[in-house]
Design a protein around this ligand. Sequence first.
Ligand SMILES: *Cc1c(COP(=O)(O)O)cnc(C)c1O
Length: 362
Amino acid sequence: MAHVKLHIPGPVEVSEKTFKAFCSPMIGHRGQGFKDLYAKIQPQLQTLLSTRQLVYLSTSSAWGVMEGAIRNLVQKKVLNCMCGAFSDKWLDVSKKCGKPAEALQVEWGSPIRAEAIDRKLATGEFDAVTLIHNETSTGVMSPLVEIAALKQKYPDVMFIVDAVSSMTAVPLKFDELGIDVLLAGTQKAFALPPGTAVFVASPAALAKAATAKDRGYYFDFVEFQKNAEQSMTPSTPSIGHIYALSSKLDDFIAEGLENRYARHAKTNQMVHDWAGRHGFTLFPEEGFASVTLTCVNNGAKPGGRTVDVAKLQKLVKDRGFLIDGGYGKIKGLTFRISNMGDETEASMSPLIVALDEAMKVL
Ligand SMILES: *Cc1c(COP(=O)(O)O)cnc(C)c1O
């Protein structure tokens, strides 16, 4: 069967070069070869995240680390900032870990604002807050810099940030932000196969984790730190992923991180322009649209035109591209097109042509 190119917001298209690296001959995870591999990528990861902390590799999808952060860092009560399907689910996860948790819920399509978090944290009830930087279900990017600035006012609160669909596409300066955990899965903007997560924790987070009695085993942050100091992971990792990540980090550095960020902004604008040309509006509140995907309003809120999303998807698929038909309660009322990963203006052009053609038939 012919491959349909992925323009869904994860997993995204994986390059031949990346797959080749993924298929490198297997090595032992306690041997020098593995340590050399991890030691080679560690400074690259630190450059990517502008941090002096060690960056950890978890063989799990992002949710593993998202749950792990709750288990390691919540002792009193966690504030789960909720603005879409992924961020909403973090509240359930907190509760399933047996932690007292409270929602800071905003309407889907809106960002999380620093003032709202400030009001909640001012109660003194919370020792942790979760935030999804780029809420992939709604295409909304929340103002991370402003939110992270609250850490100075609430130094004892753990700031846990999911950057699953924004990491590598926008600058994320971990040490400068001053937050406590920053994490991402590899199948989104990294453009690697799914199955590994990358994360970093602050010294304060590590100190707090060390006092958490029931932090579990697989996602024990203290174990990640101890092992990373030896260029190892706590358990046998997906070594193929780490080869692939190494290859990818070389690509990032060859391209230049600033160029990579600019490329994402440009390819994202191509989709925005397409939507505008056809009379659609965007689902996110103005000024808060993601640069890695576009969530098109298709009747979820007033304004703009609407189309039969299933039909649009089929027409585009017949032309070789997979787009997403909306997520959760806004399925069909929105649709999503990803530009994250390796996409360039040249590689996006055929998708735009296919979308234009589909609109002629609809
Ligand atoms: C995809 C995604 C997740 C979930 O990732 P898994 O790899 O399925 O665990 C979490 N948060 C955001 C923002 C995502 O886009």
